[in-house]
Design a protein around this ligand. Structure first.
Ligand SMILES: [Zn+2]
Ligand SMILES: [Zn+2]
Length: 202
């Protein structure tokens, strides 16, 4: 996915324009013209935010709803490694422990439209029992805490080298606050996207 391709001919409007933000079905750019491969600045911001938020969906150490760290994964220490055979070493790579935000409990996973299967898994203190999915209701229940935790966890991931964006906490709070004030649903992707330092569209 490239965000650098800029349509060279914008008049007349490009037929078959396909906005790079997956959830946008606009097939022509906004009146003021496309922004790179996006139909508009909001779509560009949402895509930027989505890519950062996706880090949490793919990182099993975090809750994708409240962004709290749930697990700590430690490398196998060298002294221990040397005493392990090749098979057991692989099996033991990455000792995991739960943080104070997590506990073991029954988690449900949808099998199909009608059936769930339950098993024992990690449950977050926010109430999310499927820590890879975002639960909008739980996020709305405590926006303030979620925003601060999101900021902190994004900083941690940046320090680990998983991304290189600096997110402005004040801009993040302001973006979500205005969404609350307008009574719209919380759009975390957009809020994160406009809060990335130097790339906001405010
Ligand atoms: Zn779009
Ligand atoms: Zn959580």
């Amino acid at each position: 996915m490239s965000i650098t391709s800029t349509p060279t001919d914008t008049s007349p409007r490009n037929e078959g324009f396909d906005c790079n933000y997956d959830d946008c079905d606009t097939n022509e750019p906004a009146a003021h013209g496309p922004v790179g491969a996006y139909c508009s600045k909001p779509c560009q911001a949402r895509d930027r935010g989505r890519r950062l938020l996706a880090l949490f969906e793919h990182d099993h150490r975090y809750c994708a709803t409240c962004f709290r760290p749930l697990k700590v994964v430690d490398d196998v220490p060298e002294w221990r490694r040397s005493s392990l055979g090749p098979v057991t070493e692989r099996a033991a790579t990455g000792f995991q422990s739960l943080t104070e935000h997590a506990e073991r409990g029954e988690v449900a996973r949808r099998r199909d439209a009608y059936q769930f299967e339950t098993r024992i898994g990690v449950v977050c203190e926010c109430g999310n029992a499927n820590t890879r999915e975002r639960e909008a209701l739980l996020q709305r229940a405590n926006v303030r805490a979620v925003v601060r935790q999101l900021y902190e966890s994004l900083e941690t991931l940046r320090e680990e080298g998983q991304h290189d964006k600096r997110v402005d906490l004040e801009a993040l709070i302001a973006a979500l606050r205005s969404q609350v004030n307008y009574g719209s649903g919380l759009d975390f992707e957009y809020a994160v996207g406009v809060a990335v330092d130097g790339e906001g569209d405010r």
